[in-house]
Design a protein around this ligand. Structure first.
Ligand SMILES: Cc1cc2nc3c(=O)[nH]c(=O)nc-3n(C[C@H](O)[C@H](O)[C@H](O)COP(=O)(O)O)c2cc1C
Length: 237
Protein backbone atom coordinates (compact mmCIF):
# COMPACT_ATOMS: atom_id res chain seq x y z
CA UNK A 1 0.00 0.00 0.00
CA UNK A 2 2.87 2.36 0.82
CA UNK A 3 4.24 2.03 -2.72
CA UNK A 4 0.80 2.26 -4.34
CA UNK A 5 -0.03 5.55 -2.63
CA UNK A 6 0.33 8.63 -4.74
CA UNK A 7 -1.32 12.00 -4.94
CA UNK A 8 -4.18 11.93 -7.45
CA UNK A 9 -5.43 14.97 -9.28
CA UNK A 10 -7.45 13.20 -11.97
CA UNK A 11 -10.68 11.51 -11.01
CA UNK A 12 -13.47 9.80 -12.90
CA UNK A 13 -17.06 10.99 -12.48
CA UNK A 14 -17.99 7.64 -10.88
CA UNK A 15 -19.43 8.43 -7.46
CA UNK A 16 -17.87 7.01 -4.32
CA UNK A 17 -20.28 4.80 -2.40
CA UNK A 18 -21.44 5.86 1.04
CA UNK A 19 -20.14 2.57 2.37
CA UNK A 20 -16.60 3.29 1.12
CA UNK A 21 -16.69 6.80 2.53
CA UNK A 22 -17.98 5.50 5.88
CA UNK A 23 -15.20 2.91 6.04
CA UNK A 24 -12.58 5.55 5.27
CA UNK A 25 -13.88 8.01 7.88
CA UNK A 26 -14.27 5.44 10.65
CA UNK A 27 -10.83 3.92 9.96
CA UNK A 28 -9.05 7.26 10.01
CA UNK A 29 -11.06 9.23 12.56
CA UNK A 30 -13.05 6.71 14.59
CA UNK A 31 -12.05 5.52 18.05
CA UNK A 32 -9.90 2.42 18.46
CA UNK A 33 -10.26 2.30 22.25
CA UNK A 34 -10.20 4.59 25.27
CA UNK A 35 -7.35 5.36 27.63
CA UNK A 36 -7.13 7.26 30.90
CA UNK A 37 -5.01 10.30 30.12
CA UNK A 38 -4.96 11.54 33.71
CA UNK A 39 -7.30 14.33 32.54
CA UNK A 40 -10.24 11.99 31.94
CA UNK A 41 -10.76 9.34 29.28
CA UNK A 42 -9.60 10.05 25.74
CA UNK A 43 -9.88 7.89 22.70
CA UNK A 44 -7.13 6.58 20.49
CA UNK A 45 -7.25 6.57 16.71
CA UNK A 46 -5.31 4.57 14.12
CA UNK A 47 -2.86 7.50 14.02
CA UNK A 48 -0.76 8.65 16.97
CA UNK A 49 -1.81 11.92 18.55
CA UNK A 50 0.61 14.19 20.40
CA UNK A 51 -0.90 14.86 23.82
CA UNK A 52 -3.66 12.35 23.08
CA UNK A 53 -6.12 15.22 22.99
CA UNK A 54 -7.78 14.31 19.65
CA UNK A 55 -8.14 18.00 18.96
CA UNK A 56 -8.64 17.42 15.23
CA UNK A 57 -12.16 17.09 13.85
CA UNK A 58 -13.11 16.04 10.34
CA UNK A 59 -15.47 18.13 8.22
CA UNK A 60 -16.77 16.63 5.03
CA UNK A 61 -17.48 18.48 1.82
CA UNK A 62 -19.46 15.93 -0.23
CA UNK A 63 -19.51 16.44 -3.99
CA UNK A 64 -20.03 13.06 -5.63
CA UNK A 65 -20.97 10.50 -3.01
CA UNK A 66 -23.71 7.99 -3.78
CA UNK A 67 -26.41 8.36 -1.14
CA UNK A 68 -25.17 11.63 0.35
CA UNK A 69 -26.45 14.96 -0.97
CA UNK A 70 -23.77 17.51 -1.92
CA UNK A 71 -23.15 19.72 1.09
CA UNK A 72 -21.06 20.23 4.18
CA UNK A 73 -21.15 17.84 7.10
CA UNK A 74 -19.41 17.34 10.41
CA UNK A 75 -18.17 13.80 10.94
CA UNK A 76 -19.12 12.77 14.46
CA UNK A 77 -16.37 10.26 15.01
CA UNK A 78 -17.70 8.88 18.31
CA UNK A 79 -21.15 8.19 16.89
CA UNK A 80 -19.91 7.37 13.38
CA UNK A 81 -22.45 9.69 11.81
CA UNK A 82 -22.44 12.81 9.66
CA UNK A 83 -24.26 15.95 10.75
CA UNK A 84 -25.47 18.27 8.01
CA UNK A 85 -24.08 21.80 8.35
CA UNK A 86 -25.29 23.29 5.10
CA UNK A 87 -26.82 22.07 1.85
CA UNK A 88 -25.08 22.36 -1.48
CA UNK A 89 -21.48 22.11 -2.61
CA UNK A 90 -20.25 22.44 -6.19
CA UNK A 91 -17.01 21.54 -7.97
CA UNK A 92 -16.48 25.25 -8.70
CA UNK A 93 -16.70 26.08 -5.01
CA UNK A 94 -14.35 23.23 -4.10
CA UNK A 95 -11.74 24.50 -6.57
CA UNK A 96 -12.20 28.07 -5.31
CA UNK A 97 -11.84 27.07 -1.65
CA UNK A 98 -8.66 25.16 -2.51
CA UNK A 99 -6.96 28.27 -3.88
CA UNK A 100 -8.28 27.73 -7.44
CA UNK A 101 -6.97 24.19 -7.85
CA UNK A 102 -9.33 22.58 -10.37
CA UNK A 103 -8.57 19.02 -9.28
CA UNK A 104 -10.28 19.68 -5.95
CA UNK A 105 -13.56 20.14 -7.83
CA UNK A 106 -13.14 16.79 -9.55
CA UNK A 107 -12.69 14.88 -6.28
CA UNK A 108 -15.70 13.04 -4.86
CA UNK A 109 -15.26 14.72 -1.48
CA UNK A 110 -12.99 16.91 0.62
CA UNK A 111 -12.17 16.31 4.27
CA UNK A 112 -11.11 19.36 6.26
CA UNK A 113 -9.03 18.71 9.37
CA UNK A 114 -9.86 21.44 11.85
CA UNK A 115 -8.16 21.95 15.21
CA UNK A 116 -9.96 22.78 18.44
CA UNK A 117 -6.94 24.60 19.86
CA UNK A 118 -8.34 24.81 23.37
CA UNK A 119 -8.33 21.04 23.67
CA UNK A 120 -4.54 21.28 23.42
CA UNK A 121 -3.94 24.48 25.30
CA UNK A 122 -5.81 23.37 28.44
CA UNK A 123 -3.19 20.65 28.87
CA UNK A 124 -0.12 22.33 27.38
CA UNK A 125 0.32 26.01 28.25
CA UNK A 126 2.82 26.72 25.52
CA UNK A 127 2.61 27.95 21.93
CA UNK A 128 4.42 24.74 20.93
CA UNK A 129 1.10 22.90 21.19
CA UNK A 130 0.15 24.50 17.85
CA UNK A 131 3.11 22.75 16.28
CA UNK A 132 1.88 19.45 17.69
CA UNK A 133 -1.53 20.08 16.10
CA UNK A 134 0.19 20.44 12.72
CA UNK A 135 2.17 17.25 13.29
CA UNK A 136 -1.00 15.41 14.29
CA UNK A 137 -2.72 16.63 11.12
CA UNK A 138 0.15 15.19 9.07
CA UNK A 139 -0.28 11.80 10.71
CA UNK A 140 -4.01 11.76 10.00
CA UNK A 141 -3.31 12.86 6.42
CA UNK A 142 -1.01 9.91 5.84
CA UNK A 143 -3.42 7.43 7.39
CA UNK A 144 -6.16 8.93 5.20
CA UNK A 145 -4.01 8.54 2.07
CA UNK A 146 -3.08 4.94 2.81
CA UNK A 147 -6.60 3.92 3.80
CA UNK A 148 -8.09 5.61 0.71
CA UNK A 149 -5.54 3.77 -1.46
CA UNK A 150 -6.46 0.45 0.18
CA UNK A 151 -10.12 1.17 -0.59
CA UNK A 152 -9.36 1.76 -4.28
CA UNK A 153 -9.67 5.55 -4.02
CA UNK A 154 -7.20 8.16 -5.21
CA UNK A 155 -6.17 10.42 -2.31
CA UNK A 156 -4.97 14.01 -2.49
CA UNK A 157 -4.15 16.73 0.00
CA UNK A 158 -3.45 20.42 0.03
CA UNK A 159 -2.16 23.09 2.35
CA UNK A 160 -3.35 25.76 -0.11
CA UNK A 161 -6.86 26.87 0.75
CA UNK A 162 -8.85 29.99 1.60
CA UNK A 163 -8.85 29.85 5.40
CA UNK A 164 -11.70 32.21 6.19
CA UNK A 165 -14.06 30.97 3.47
CA UNK A 166 -13.40 27.34 4.33
CA UNK A 167 -13.88 28.00 8.05
CA UNK A 168 -17.19 29.67 7.29
CA UNK A 169 -18.36 26.67 5.24
CA UNK A 170 -17.46 24.35 8.13
CA UNK A 171 -19.14 26.75 10.62
CA UNK A 172 -15.82 27.28 12.44
CA UNK A 173 -14.85 30.56 14.09
CA UNK A 174 -11.35 30.31 12.50
CA UNK A 175 -9.59 31.36 15.72
CA UNK A 176 -10.05 28.70 18.41
CA UNK A 177 -11.42 26.25 15.85
CA UNK A 178 -9.57 26.48 12.60
CA UNK A 179 -8.89 24.46 9.41
CA UNK A 180 -5.33 23.11 9.17
CA UNK A 181 -5.30 20.67 6.29
CA UNK A 182 -7.54 19.69 3.38
CA UNK A 183 -7.66 16.09 2.23
CA UNK A 184 -9.57 14.81 -0.78
CA UNK A 185 -10.33 11.59 -2.62
CA UNK A 186 -12.23 10.23 -5.57
CA UNK A 187 -12.24 7.35 -8.01
CA UNK A 188 -8.82 7.57 -9.64
CA UNK A 189 -8.66 8.14 -13.39
CA UNK A 190 -6.98 5.15 -15.08
CA UNK A 191 -4.84 7.46 -17.21
CA UNK A 192 -4.05 10.51 -15.10
CA UNK A 193 -3.08 13.64 -17.00
CA UNK A 194 -2.34 15.91 -14.08
CA UNK A 195 0.39 13.76 -12.51
CA UNK A 196 3.95 15.02 -12.93
CA UNK A 197 5.69 12.95 -15.65
CA UNK A 198 8.41 10.46 -14.69
CA UNK A 199 11.85 12.12 -14.57
CA UNK A 200 13.82 11.59 -17.78
CA UNK A 201 17.62 11.64 -18.17
CA UNK A 202 17.32 15.33 -19.08
CA UNK A 203 15.71 16.09 -15.73
CA UNK A 204 18.61 14.39 -13.92
CA UNK A 205 21.13 16.31 -16.04
CA UNK A 206 19.51 19.61 -15.08
CA UNK A 207 19.82 18.97 -11.34
CA UNK A 208 21.82 15.96 -10.16
CA UNK A 209 20.05 13.81 -7.59
CA UNK A 210 22.87 14.40 -5.08
CA UNK A 211 22.17 18.13 -5.13
CA UNK A 212 18.46 17.58 -4.62
CA UNK A 213 18.95 15.01 -1.87
CA UNK A 214 21.68 16.87 0.00
CA UNK A 215 21.13 20.63 -0.19
CA UNK A 216 23.48 21.42 2.74
CA UNK A 217 27.25 21.23 2.33
CA UNK A 218 28.77 18.39 4.33
CA UNK A 219 25.55 16.43 4.67
CA UNK A 220 25.87 13.07 2.90
CA UNK A 221 23.51 12.57 0.00
CA UNK A 222 21.02 9.72 0.13
CA UNK A 223 22.94 7.80 -2.51
CA UNK A 224 26.40 8.77 -1.23
CA UNK A 225 28.67 5.72 -0.83
CA UNK A 226 29.21 6.67 2.83
CA UNK A 227 25.52 7.03 3.46
CA UNK A 228 24.10 5.10 6.37
CA UNK A 229 20.84 4.65 4.46
CA UNK A 230 20.28 1.18 3.07
CA UNK A 231 19.39 0.67 -0.57
CA UNK A 232 15.73 1.43 -1.28
CA UNK A 233 13.79 -1.81 -1.48
CA UNK A 234 12.76 -2.84 -5.00
CA UNK A 235 9.31 -1.60 -5.92
CA UNK A 236 6.70 -4.09 -7.03
CA UNK A 237 6.14 -4.08 -10.81
C1 LIG B 1 1.27 19.06 3.24
C2 LIG B 1 1.09 18.82 1.76
C3 LIG B 1 0.54 19.80 0.97
C4 LIG B 1 0.35 19.59 -0.40
N1 LIG B 1 -0.25 20.57 -1.13
C5 LIG B 1 -0.52 20.33 -2.44
C6 LIG B 1 -1.21 21.29 -3.21
O1 LIG B 1 -1.59 22.35 -2.74
N2 LIG B 1 -1.48 20.99 -4.51
C7 LIG B 1 -1.10 19.82 -5.09
O2 LIG B 1 -1.39 19.61 -6.27
N3 LIG B 1 -0.41 18.89 -4.38
C8 LIG B 1 -0.12 19.11 -3.08
N4 LIG B 1 0.55 18.17 -2.34
C9 LIG B 1 0.98 16.93 -3.00
C10 LIG B 1 2.48 16.93 -3.32
O3 LIG B 1 2.72 17.74 -4.44
C11 LIG B 1 2.88 15.48 -3.56
O4 LIG B 1 2.74 14.76 -2.36
C12 LIG B 1 4.31 15.37 -4.08
O5 LIG B 1 4.40 15.90 -5.38
C13 LIG B 1 4.81 13.93 -4.09
O6 LIG B 1 3.95 13.13 -4.89
P1 LIG B 1 3.19 11.86 -4.30
O7 LIG B 1 2.27 12.31 -3.20
O8 LIG B 1 2.43 11.30 -5.47
O9 LIG B 1 4.23 10.93 -3.76
C14 LIG B 1 0.76 18.36 -1.00
C15 LIG B 1 1.34 17.38 -0.18
C16 LIG B 1 1.48 17.59 1.17
C17 LIG B 1 2.08 16.48 2.02
Amino acid sequence: MLYDRRTHRDFTRTPVSLNTLATLLSTVFGPVDFIDSGHGPVYRRTSPSGGSRQELDAYLGALNVDGLAPGWYHYNSLQHSVELLCDGFTPEEAAHLCADQDWAGDAAFLVVLAARLERMSVKYHTPRCYRVCLLNAGHLGQTFALTATALGLGPAQTGAFRDAALAQRCTLNNTGHTPLYVLAAGRPHPQPHEAPPPATLDAFRKAPLEAAASPSPGVPALNDKHSRFPQAPPQPA
